[in-house]
Write a protein of this length. Structure first.
Length: 138
């Protein structure tokens, strides 16, 4: 709930700090239509995507150190797979930090082909099971 409430403020802060205009959008993979992503932000030229989080201090501290916690990595890789981009920005916003420069962090996330292959394989298995259990209807 906290992240959802703070996301609009974090998006505006990202735009102000980066100078990159982004807006939310939904995408679907061209070859695998069951692979979809809801993006917190994408630039007008569609070359930059942003995942915005307003996490706990512990998670934010990792972002300040330049890394993304393990449980957000698959989400980022899924978004990169769906959009076909090579990298994205993970933007962490923690408005309660004492120092202003500790309230936000930009982390570049690069494409991880191995993780994306695993995500696709799991999604395909899930779709197969779903189709079996529904009698073949998609």
């Amino acid at each position: 709930m906290r992240g959802t409430a703070l996301e609009p403020f974090a998006r505006v802060l990202f735009i102000e700090l980066s100078g990159i205009w982004i807006r939310p959008a939904c995408f679907q993979h061209s070859k695998y239509p069951f692979m979809r992503a809801s993006l917190d932000g994408i630039s007008e030229d569609r070359k930059i995507i942003v995942e915005i989080k307003s996490p706990s201090w512990k998670v934010h501290e990792e972002a300040l150190g330049g890394s993304v916690v393990n449980y957000y990595r698959p989400q980022c890789q899924h978004q990169l797979f769906v959009t076909g981009l090579k990298s994205m920005i993970f933007f962490s916003y923690f408005p309660d930090a004492e120092a202003e420069h500790d309230r936000y962090a930009f982390v570049r996330v690069n494409r991880d082909e191995a993780m994306q292959s695993e995500i696709l394989a799991r999604a395909e298995r899930w779709m197969e099971e779903r189709n079996k259990s529904s009698g073949g209807a998609a």
